[in-house]
Design a protein around this ligand. Structure first.
Ligand code: MRU
Length: 349
C-alpha cells in the first residue's frame, strides 16, 4: 500500500511528493519544524495527509520537550501546535488533528498520567491508522455510485497520496475496482502544481487502473462528447451547508458537470467538515506563490514582473454537488438540513 505519511523509528517519514513521479524517495523528519516545512512546500499534501502529518509532527514536538511541570508541558505543546497550524490555512483536517492532539493531552494531564509525550505519540499513530480505515469505509460506502463501464473524471490528487493510505475520491474508485467494476479514469492535470499529472497519474499506473491524462481546459469538450459520465473529487473543507472547498478548478468542473447532466460527487471524511462555518464564503482560501503560475516546473513561462493571482482552492456551492460520500454514509443533495445528522453523529462518536 502507498503510505505517504507514517511514524517509524521516532521519526515522521514522508513520501517526497514534489519528487514524484520521476523519483520515488522519502523525507525523514526528526524535528517538528521539518514537518512544518514539508507541509508548506507540498512534500506532503492533501487534506487528510496534512492532518496526519500535523498530528505526527506534534507528537515529534512533544517528544522533544524536556521533563517539566504539567502546565509548562501543556503551554509548550500548545505553542508547537500553533506553529504547525500556521503551515496551511484551508484544509480543515490540519486543525482537526491538532485539536484532537491537544484534547488528548488535556485528558492525560487531568488524569495525572505520566509521560504525556508517549501518550501523544500513541495518539498520533492511532489517528494515522484510523485514517486508512476511514478511507476504506468511505470507499465501500461510495462504491454503489460507480457502475461498470463508467468514465470518471477526477481533479487534483485525492488518492492514497493525499491521505495516510487508500484515498478519498480515488479510494472510492479503488473500492469499485476491487468489487470487479471496470472503470476508466480521466485525470485532470491540475495546474499550477500538477497534482493530477504527477501524482494521480502515478497512482493510477501503480494500481493498474486504466486512466487518461487531460489538460484542465479539456473537461468541457469531453463532457460534450459524452466521454465523461461521472466526476469524483476530494475536499479540503466543507461548510455546514455542504459548500465545498477543493483544489482550484473544482468549481469549474462542477458547473460543467451540471450543464451536461453529469453527476458530481465529493468524497471526504467527517474530519474535513467545518460545522462552525455557515457557508463556503467563510472558508479561508490559501493564496500561494506567484512562481507556481508564472513558471512551469521550475522554468519561467510568463514575462518577469507579470502580476499573478494564485488562489489554491475554490468553493463549489452545495447546489452543484450530487452527493457527498463520508465514512458515515452517503449524503445525497447536501444541504444544511441533510448534513445536520452528520454533525450530530460526529459529536456522538
Ligand atoms: O494543495 P493540495 O495538493 O494539498 O490540495 C489537495 C486537494 O485539493 C485535494 O483534492 C483534497 O485535499 C482532497 S484530498 C483527499
Amino acid at each position: 500500500m502507498i503510505r505517504p505519511v507514517l511514524w517509524k523509528n521516532n521519526a515522521v517519514v514522508l513520501i517526497d511528493q514534489n519528487a514524484l513521479p520521476q523519483i520515488e524517495r522519502h523525507v525523514i523528519c526528526t524535528d517538528y519544524r521539518q514537518v512544518i516545512a514539508c507541509i508548506k512546500d507540498l512534500t506532503v499534501r492533501g487534506a487528510p495527509a496534512i492532518g496526519v502529518a500535523a498530528a505526527l509532527g506534534a507528537a515529534l514536538g512533544a517528544g522533544s520537550l524536556r521533563e517539566t511541570s504539567a502546565e509548562t508541558f501543556r503551554m509548550r505543546f500548545k505553542k508547537i501546535c500553533n506553529e504547525i497550524a500556521a503551515a496551511r490555512p484551508t484544509a480543515r483536517n490540519l486543525f482537526w488533528a491538532l485539536e484532537r492532539m491537544e484534547k488528548c493531552l488535556d485528558a492525560a494531564l487531568a488524569e495525572g498520567r505520566k509521560n504525556p509525550a508517549k501518550l501523544l505519540i500513541d495518539e498520533a499513530k492511532r489517528l494515522c491508522a484510523e485514517d486508512i480505515e476511514i478511507n476504506k469505509t468511505m470507499g465501500k460506502n461510495g462504491c454503489a455510485l460507480l457502475a461498470d463501464g463508467d468514465h470518471v473524471l477526477t481533479h487534483c490528487n485525492a488518492g492514497a497520496l493525499a491521505t495516510a493510505g487508500f484515498g478519498t475520491a480515488l479510494g472510492v474508485v479503488r473500492a469499485a475496482r476491487d468489487e470487479g467494476k471496470k472503470l476508466h479514469v480521466y485525470v485532470d492535470e491540475t495546474r499550477p502544481v500538477l497534482q493530477g499529472a504527477r501524482l494521480t497519474a502515478w497512482e493510477m499506473k501503480k494500481e493498474k487502473i486504466p486512466a487518461t491524462l487531460i489538460c484542465d481546459n479539456m473537461a468541457g469538450f469531453l463532457m460534450q462528447q459524452g466521454k465523461i459520465n461521472k466526476v469524483i473529487v476530494g475536499a479540503d473543507r466543507i461548510a455546514q451547508n455542504g459548500d465545498t472547498a477543493n483544489k482550484i478548478g473544482t468549481y469549474s468542473l462542477a458547473v460543467l458537470a451540471a450543464a451536461h447532466g453529469v453527476p458530481f460527487y465529493v468524497a471526504a471524511p467527517v474530519s474535513t467538515f467545518d460545522f462552525s462555518l455557515k457557508s463556503g464564503a467563510d472558508i479561508p482560501i490559501e493564496e500561494r506563490s506567484s512562481e507556481e503560475v508564472a513558471s512551469f516546473r521550475g522554468k519561467r513561462a510568463a514575462p518577469q514582473g507579470m502580476p499573478v493571482y494564485n488562489p489554491a482552492f475554490d468553493v463549489t456551492p452545495a447546489t452543484l454537488i450530487t452527493a457527498i460520500i463520508t465514512e458515515y454514509g452517503v449524503i445525497a443533495k447536501p444541504t444544511r438540513k441533510n448534513l445536520a445528522g452528520l454533525q450530530k453523529e460526529k459529536r456522538r462518536r
